[in-house]
Design a protein. Structure first.
Length: 361
């Protein structure tokens, strides 16, 4: 009898040991207090690190990454190492194909031609114009102006929407050497509406989205050559740390840049209800006027898409022009609310840049 009791105890101990070992093998460990998942500085939960505050410094020129638009059609995010901390940032979608064009508009009413006569040519901006026409006359001479558009300026060799500052410097040096005139937005519109003749080798430089690296990298390079440019900004993105703030925008104005609207938040306008489109257009214009004292009279379509409601809203508000992402020179035969431009990609060689500049693609 005693022997059977001993055997029973041994079996019980063995079973208990087996149960514990099985639990360990499955990872069923009770989590100790104060583990990483409960600590704000632990290794778990860093994926939701918030955006840097507006007062924090932007990435220095020595850093190799900037918050670029992605060459994909939908908004995405990417993890960027800034100051030793992994931050998840939103990247605006730009579907640039092999030819550099972004995604085209979709829907049966996505592209609508508006008679040019319905758009008023008057524009109350006071900027000196080169080769002005005589008072009371218009210039009928035809023109073909390359309107170049950029996005982010930084170092991301695999992202065609991000241009290396060294390449931008090379391109601006070429323009200066070849005697190009970089137009102000007022000069461009004066040429378009026949108030002045286009200077030889005219070009309009535009930057979409209003990334902070336009201020950090592009502005000093253009200042070096005394060049003008236009930035289409997103007031709804101001303050998240990756786009220009209002003080930066004011400095860019002083440096010879024009600043106009790209909408509030970079939506697909042709997918919004008319009242939602109106909010995107009006609120952006209101904030630009409030913070910069600039009237929004030229628009740039987010993703290059729009519909008849977009065009109606712009006309009713007196917009003089709007830019698409359709590739080609800007010519008088185009509708002023559907002007073409030429995309400058991060993978473009200088030869490719010259080809686009001189041949329109």
């Amino acid at each position: 009898m005693r022997k059977q009791q001993v055997v029973g105890v041994v079996l019980a101990v063995a079973l208990a040991a087996a149960f514990v070992l099985t639990g360990c093998a499955r990872g069923e460990h009770p989590e100790p207090r104060g583990s990483a998942s409960e600590q704000p500085g632990g290794s778990v939960g860093l994926q939701q690190t918030p955006f840097p505050a507006q007062s924090q410094p932007f990435p220095s020129q020595s850093q190799s990454q900037s918050p670029p638009p992605t060459p994909h059609a939908q908004e995405k995010s990417a993890s960027v190492d800034q100051g030793g901390t992994s931050r998840t940032i939103p990247l605006l979608g730009h579907s640039h194909g092999t030819d550099g064009a972004e995604g085209s508009s979709s829907g049966s009413d996505a592209v609508v031609i508006v008679p040019q006569a319905s758009v008023s040519p008057s524009l109350p901006m006071q900027v000196p114009a080169a080769s002005p026409a005589k008072p009371g006359t218009t210039v009928e001479k035809s023109f073909r102006i390359p309107v170049l558009y950029y996005h982010s300026i930084g170092v991301q060799p695999d992202n065609n929407a991000v241009l290396d500052p060294k390449k931008l410097e090379e391109q601006m040096a070429y323009l200066a050497k070849e005697g190009y005139t970089t137009l102000t937005l007022q000069q461009f519109l004066d040429i378009w509406f026949g108030r002045m003749e286009a200077p030889p080798k005219s070009v309009l430089l535009t930057f979409d989205d209003g990334y902070a690296d336009n201020y950090t990298y592009a502005m000093p390079i253009l200042q070096k050559y005394k060049f003008h440019a236009t930035m289409f900004m997103l007031p709804g993105k101001v303050g998240d740390g990756w786009y220009v703030d209002w003080e930066m925008a004011r400095e860019m104005l002083k440096a010879g840049w024009d600043i106009q609207s790209h909408g509030m938040t970079h939506p697909y306008l042709n997918q919004l209800k008319p009242e939602q489109q109106q909010e995107e257009i009006d609120e952006a214009a209101r904030l630009i006027k409030e913070h910069l004292g600039v009237e929004s009279e030229v628009f740039c379509y987010p993703y290059g898409v729009f519909n008849k409601e977009t065009l109606r809203l712009l006309m009713e508000r007196g917009y003089k022009a709007a830019f698409t992402i359709e590739q080609g020179f800007t010519e008088k035969t185009q509708n002023p609310l559907q002007m073409k431009r030429l995309f400058v990609g991060g993978k473009d060689s200088l030869a490719t840049f010259i080809q686009k500049l001189t041949k329109g693609g």
